[in-house]
Design a protein. Structure first.
Length: 74
């Protein structure tokens, strides 16, 4: 039987070792540092409460499109 000649197989790595990291250009390092600084300085969003909302878990996130046996259409 022939071996597959594709490169889709994962090469086994020893446990506890990390794959080699790609070298980043100075511009990429600078961009990552700036993005990290923006994340640190960003204030969390304070959204106002919804008026007349359905309450409970977000249906789009948790797949709950039914209230008291009635299907809710957005």
């Amino acid at each position: 039987m022939q071996d597959a000649d594709n490169d889709n197989s994962e090469t086994p790595m020893a446990e506890g070792t990390e794959p080699p990291r790609k070298m980043l250009s100075p511009a990429a390092r600078r961009a990552l540092a700036e993005a990290e600084e923006r994340r640190k300085n960003q204030k969390p969003l304070e959204l106002p409460p919804e008026i007349g909302g359905r309450g409970g878990a977000e249906p789009a996130r948790f797949g709950d499109y039914e209230i008291n046996g009635r299907a809710i259409d957005f």
